[in-house]
Write a protein that binds this ligand. Structure first.
Ligand code: FES
Length: 181
């Protein structure tokens, strides 16, 4: 190989590596966009994909899918929050789970003979965290008490049950699914 052609090969390999680095970096940093799927053909038609509703609209003479205005997007996170062995029958533990809209949310886990119950830790009266006291979940702030197996109110002032999350157990771990809405 002549020095001219080897220099050309070196330059093209360098350019290719550089391009790979740029596109690879961008791909890793980008969250995949939610797509409405098949092409938009009928103006006004709606389509829901992964809980997001799109409407077929005319944009500069082309029919395109756009998110439906005002549509609330529900985000869902399922996360392993505890090892199964760490929660005995009849016991309660409070763990933190990532919240879909950022930050974390406290979750009260209780193992019953029917499985795991996962409840939002915040009292439905004014949001103070509840804790296990004897056989109930109690809010120290104003004294509301809840059933740890269902989240139902035992006594107020809270009037609504604790928010319940889906919980499952697999591969030796406890998983909680938290939604933003
Ligand atoms: S905040 Fe829990 S009883 Fe008031």
């Amino acid at each position: 190989m002549s020095s001219k052609s080897s220099r050309r090969a070196f330059i093209s390999a360098t350019v290719a590596s550089f391009a790979w680095l740029i596109t690879g970096g961008r791909a890793a940093a980008t969250t995949p966009a939610i797509s409405a799927g098949a092409p938009c053909k009928v103006k006004g038609k709606e389509r829901t994909v992964d809980g997001v509703t799109f409407v077929c609209r005319n944009a500069k003479g082309k029919l395109v899918w756009r998110r439906k205005p005002g549509e609330a997007t529900t985000k869902v996170i399922t996360v392993r929050v505890l090892e199964s062995a760490e929660l005995e029958l009849g016991k309660t533990k409070v763990v933190n789970a990532p919240a879909p809209n950022g930050g974390t949310t406290g979750v009260v886990l209780t193992r019953t003979s029917a499985g795991i119950t996962a409840l939002r830790v915040n009292c439905t009266h004014q949001g103070f965290p509840v804790g296990r006291v004897g056989a109930v979940l109690e809010c120290e702030l104003h004294g509301s008490r809840f059933n740890p197996e269902t989240g139902a109110v035992i006594n107020g002032p809270a009037a609504r049950p604790l928010t319940r999350y889906d919980a499952s157990e697999t591969n030796g771990g406890i998983y909680v699914t938290v939604t933003s809405a």
